[in-house]
Design a binder for this molecule. Sequence first.
Ligand code: ASP
Length: 323
Amino acid sequence: MKKVLVIQTGGTIAMQENPETGTVQPNLENPLFSTIQSLSSLASVIVDDFINLPSPHITPKHMLELAQRIQHKTSSEKLDGVVITHGTDTLEETAYFLDLLLDFPIPVIVTGAMRSSNELGSDGPHNLISAVRTAVSPEAYGKGVLVVFNDEIHTAKNVTKTHSSNIATFQSPQYGPIGIVTKKGVDFHHMPLHRDAFNIEKITKNIGLIKVYTGMTDEHIEAFAATTIDGLVIEAFGQGNVPPTIVPSLEKLISRNIPIVLVSRSYSGVVQDTYGYEGGGNHLKKLGVIFTNGLNGQKARLKLMVALETTSSHEELQRYFMK
Ligand code: ASP
C-alpha cells in the first residue's frame, strides 16, 4: 500500500461553524479525524499537524518552513505522496511557493474547503479524499505541485481562487484544469511543460504589489519607494500599460536597481510590449521593466521574492519570468 503524508496547516477545512453566532473558527478538536481514519483503504496515511492557522495568517516564512519540512520528510522516509490541507484564501500562494522550491517527482497535492466541517454540504472530507486519491495515482508523478478541489486537478502555477464562497472557486483561467477526479479514477488530460526549481535556504526580500487604476498618481509608488523595498510587482491594465503619471516614480525605482515586475490585472492573458505611448508596455520595456508570462500578481510577487535570493541580474530575472 502506498504511503501518503498529510500535513495540516489549518483553514476552513479544519474549522467549525458556531450555530448560534454563524461565525466560523478553528476548533481544538480536529474535524478531519474521522475522514483521515477512512483513508486507510486508499493509502497508509501519516498525519503531521504542522500548524493550525487561518490562511490569511500564513506568511512566506511559513511557506518556506513547509517546503523544508516536506524536503526533510521525503528524504528521510519513503513516501509516495504528500497532501497539504490549507485555507483557501492563500492556498494558491502556498501551492505556487512549494512548486517553485520542490524539485522531485513525488506528487504534492494541496486542498482545502469552502464550507467548514459542520456546515451543510461541507466539502472538506470529499476534497481530502480526492487529494489522497490523486496523490496515490501513478499519473500524478512529475507534474509539480497540484491543487485538487471540487473534483478538478489544477497546476499550482495557473490556479486561482475565483469566487469568495462557491465550492467551485478554484479555476485556472485560460488553461483550465489538467485533470479530473471521478468516482472511478483520476484522469489527467494535460501535462505541464515547464517546472521551476529554486534552491533557497531563506527568504529575506521585501516585495510590494500594487494594482494600477484610472487617475492614479505617483504617491503610492513613492510610498513604497520610501520603504525598505527590494522589488515591486505592478498589476497593469490589459496587455501591460500604466498611467503616465506613475512612470517617473517607476524610473526612479529602476535607477536604484529595484526590479519592477509587470503582470496584467486582466483575468487572463499575458503582458506584452505592444503599446508605444507613454506608460504603454513598449515604453515600460525600454525603461527596464520585467515582463511576465501569465502569472497573477500574488504569484509574481512570490516568484520575485524567491528569484532575488538567487540573482540580482536583470537578464536572469527576465528569463525566469518568461518560463
Ligand atoms: N478564510 C479561510 C482561510 O483561508 C477560507 C478557507 O479556508 O476556505 O483560512
